[in-house]
Design a protein around this ligand. Structure first.
Ligand SMILES: NC(=O)c1ccc[n+]([C@@H]2O[C@H](COP(=O)([O-])OP(=O)(O)OC[C@H]3O[C@@H](n4cnc5c(N)ncnc54)[C@H](OP(=O)(O)O)[C@@H]3O)[C@@H](O)[C@H]2O)c1
Length: 340
């Protein structure tokens, strides 16, 4: 765009066919349907990211039926800035669509200084939800997560604080993240007593990290809870982008991310084999990685990240091919069961 461009900033009008192709799955035995693919704002929505790009990603997502956006108090960098940017973009684009959106935020990881800026105390959780709502220009979130378990705080204190947040109308539903199966079982009991609408667990799950298959997924099924799988592309490793080296601008090439180039190099032999399997299925590796998760029992939604709208559109094609032959599943198993 030139400095003397006379075209107006275009007011966003959502695609009227947005619900035609997305599939929606029930979260456990709750009333909530979530899109098979949801969008996370951990990266690419912070203070130093290009807001026009963040806006295009959000608009593209909603235009394709992605109703669920996932945030946390500390997404950025700096902490809080993804919520601030989301709040601005929400006001400009999505305010009139509020009832079509399912917005999540979280508290429990490092956020502000001092003894109350972290973990699972009543003090931290209630202060954090109030901050998040202000940053995002929202009256309530659809789901509020306890981001990680906290052995230093009695689980009952955390559960009652989350219950009060629901009673105060600041969140409609509650979720937990990064909890072990025994912690999920225990907090489920507390939430039942407190009549809290606890609907979902957010857990790391991809072909390169299958730990939740052992205890967590069976526990969620037993307790009739949904599961939303985060980092389904192992932060971009389950794409073909790293096959010929680490491209500039990729997550592994940037500072301030949790993806190390050494990790990419270590996983490359398996990534290459999985990439060949995907080609044989007529998919790209990132599409196969998402399709494979979607056919796993107990998965409600796959929570992707994207650094461009094009990536997002390409990932959405995963929904078209979630059928795997026994042979394909066996081949994927033999390459990835080491990550169980
Ligand atoms: N609860 C928790 O503790 C927790 C922890 C982590 C994440 N999460 C949630 O999960 C969400 C997703 O996590 P994630 O970002 O790690 O997910 P991911 O889907 O595994 O990785 C996303 C990254 O992969 C690359 N990518 C995506 N599609 C691509 C494509 N078609 N072609 C090439 N590269 C592609 C992009 O990185 P490039 O920059 O390299 O292009 C993108 O930013 C987060 O936003 C957050 O909401 C939750």
């Amino acid at each position: 765009m030139k400095i003397n461009d006379k075209s107006q900033y275009k007011t966003y009008l959502a695609n009227e066919n947005r619900y035609n192709n997305m599939l929606y799955n029930r979260s456990g035995d709750s009333g909530v349907l979530l899109p098979s693919i949801s969008l996370g704002l951990w990266h690419n929505f912070g203070k130093y990211d290009l807001q026009a790009n963040s806006e295009e990603i959000l608009r593209t997502a909603f235009d394709h039926g992605i109703t669920h956006f996932d945030l946390a108090n500390n997404y950025g960098p700096p902490y809080g800035s993804a919520e601030v940017n989301f709040g601005v973009l929400y006001e400009q684009n999505f305010k009139s669509y509020r009832d079509e959106l399912f917005i999540a935020t979280k508290a429990g990881y490092d956020m502000w200084q001092g003894p109350y800026g972290n973990y699972g105390s009543r003090k931290h959780l209630i202060a954090s939800i109030d901050q998040s709502l202000k940053r995002m220009n929202l009256e309530y979130v659809d789901v509020f997560y306890h981001h990680r378990p906290d052995v230093g705080t009695p689980l009952e204190e955390t559960a009652v604080a989350l219950s009060d947040i629901v009673r105060q109308g600041k969140a409609l539903y509650i979720g937990v993240s990064n909890y072990e199966s025994d912690q999920i079982t225990e907090i489920t009991k507390l939430f039942k007593e407190l009549k809290v609408p606890f609907i979902i667990d957010q857990a790391r799950y991809s072909m390169l990290d299958r730990k939740i298959e052992k205890e967590i997924l069976p526990c969620l099924l037993e307790n009739k809870l949904g599961c939303i799988a985060f980092s389904p592309l192992a932060q971009g490793m389950l794409t073909d982008k790293y096959i010929d080296g680490i491209p500039e601008n990729s997550r592994a090439a940037k500072n301030k991310t949790y993806l190390e180039s050494e990790t990419v190099e270590e996983k490359l032999p398996i990534i290459k084999k999985l990439n060949n399997l995907a080609k044989e299925r007529g998919q790209k590796l990132h599409q196969m990685a998402i399709s494979w998760l979607l056919q796993q029992k107990g998965i409600t939604s796959v929570l992707i990240g994207a650094s461009s709208a094009d990536q997002l559109i390409d990932n959405l094609k995963a929904i078209e091919n979630n059928n795997f032959s026994e042979i394909e599943l066996h081949q994927i198993d033999s390459l990835t069961k080491q990550f169980l």
